[in-house]
Design a protein around this ligand. Structure first.
Ligand code: GYE
Length: 306
C-alpha cells in the first residue's frame, strides 16, 4: 500500500465543523471537567459538537461512534474506555473517511496506529504518573512500605500504564511490597468497597496507591470505617488526577500527594484538528504536562485544580 493509503482520512479546510466527542462515562468530576472543556471550546469557535456518553460501556461507545459516522461528522474525538474494544470503531471511522483523534486514553498500539488509523493521541504520560508516585514514596524514606494498589478500569490504558510505571520503579526497591492490587473501576464507591476488603485481608498495609482521586477518596472512607486514619500517622494515600476535592485533602493531610492529570483538553484538541486540516505534520503522541500536588504546594496551587 502507498503511504497515502496508510494515512488517516484528510480533513477539509472549512469555516466551521461538525465534530463528535465520544465520552466514556460521566461518573466523576474529571469526566465532567473534560466534557465541559470540549463543549466550551466548541461554543467559543462556533463548531457543532455531537456529544455522546457511553455510560461506562465499551459496547455502547462503539455504537456511539457508529452513530456519529452515520450523522456524517467531519472528525471524531474519542476517549476510548478500554485499549482493545474500540479498535473496530476507529477502523469504521477510517473506512468512512472520518479522521479520529484519541483523547485522554490510548488504544492497543499493536492493533491501531497513530498517523495511520487515527491522527494522534493527546493525553498524559500515564507510565510517568505512576512512576512519580513511587519515586515520591521512596523519597519519603520511613517505614511505610506495605502497599495496596487500587487499579483503574480493567483494560484501560491509564490503569495499565499507571500500574506499570509504579511497579517498575519499585522493582529496584524490593523492601517496598504491593501486597494486594485490584480494580476499583476508577469509581469512588467501588474504590471504597475494594479498599475495605483489602484492608481486612492486609491489616498491616500502610500505603494506598489509587489510580485516581475518586478511588482514593473512597479508600479514605474505608480507612476511617476501619478505625484507621489517612495520613502520615497511619496509612499514606496517593492518587492521580488533581480534582479540587483531592487537592484539598492534600492540604488537610489525608492524601500525601496527587499527580495531576489535566482534563482540560478543549483548546489543544481543536487546535490539533485545525493543524491537521492545514496539512501540518502532527506528532503521533501529544503529551500534556502534569504537576504534582504535595503538602508543600497544595494550598498555593489549589486554584489550578478543576
Ligand atoms: O484518571 C479518571 C478517569 O482516562 C486519564 O479516567 C483518564 C482517567 C482519569 O475516569 O479519573
Amino acid at each position: 500500500a502507498s503511504r497515502a493509503f496508510a494515512a488517516p482520512p484528510p480533513l477539509e479546510q472549512k469555516e466551521t465543523y461538525k465534530v463528535g466527542f465520544a465520552q466514556t462515562e460521566s461518573n466523576n468530576p474529571w469526566r465532567l471537567a473534560q466534557t465541559k472543556s470540549m463543549q466550551d471550546e466548541a461554543a467559543a469557535r462556533g463548531w457543532q459538537l455531537v456529544y455522546t456518553d457511553a455510560a461506562g460501556s465499551a459496547a455502547k461507545q462503539v455504537a456511539d461512534v457508529n452513530s456519529m459516522i452515520a450523522q456524517g461528522v467531519d472528525l471524531i474525538f474519542l476517549a476510548p474506555r478500554e485499549e482493545k474494544p474500540l479498535i473496530p470503531a476507529i477502523m469504521a471511522a477510517k473506512g468512512a473517511g472520518i479522521p479520529v483523534i484519541l483523547l485522554d486514553r490510548n488504544v492497543d498500539q499493536s492493533l491501531a496506529k497513530p498517523g495511520e488509523d487515527y491522527i494522534t493521541f493527546i493525553g498524559s504520560d500515564f507510565v510517568e504518573e505512576g512512576r512519580r508516585i513511587a519515586e515520591y514514596l521512596v523519597g519519603m524514606g520511613g517505614d511505610k512500605k506495605t502497599i495496596i494498589q487500587l487499579e483503574g478500569t480493567t483494560g484501560s490504558s491509564p490503569a495499565n500504564d499507571r500500574k506499570r510505571g509504579f511497579e517498575e520503579f519499585l522493582a529496584d526497591h524490593s523492601d517496598y511490597r504491593v501486597v494486594a492490587s485490584q480494580s476499583g473501576d476508577f469509581a469512588r464507591d467501588r474504590g471504597r468497597q475494594v479498599a475495605e476488603t483489602l484492608l481486612q485481608a492486609h491489616p498491616d498495609a500502610n500505603v494506598i496507591y489509587a489510580h485516581n482521586d475518586e478511588m482514593a477518596i473512597g479508600a479514605i472512607a474505608a480507612l476511617e470505617a476501619a478505625g484507621r486514619t489517612a495520613g502520615r500517622d497511619d496509612c499514606l494515600v496517593f492518587s492521580i488526577d488533581g480534582g479540587r476535592e483531592a487537592v484539598q485533602l492534600v492540604v488537610d493531610g489525608k492524601i500525601e500527594a496527587v499527580v495531576e492529570c489535566n482534563p482540560r483538553f478543549g483548546p489543544k484538541a481543536f487546535d490539533t484538528a485545525l493543524a491537521y486540516a492545514a496539512g501540518e505534520e502532527i506528532p503521533p503522541v501529544i503529551i500534556n504536562p502534569d504537576q504534582i500536588y504535595t503538602p508543600e504546594n497544595a494550598a498555593d496551587l489549589i486554584d489550578t485544580a478543576y
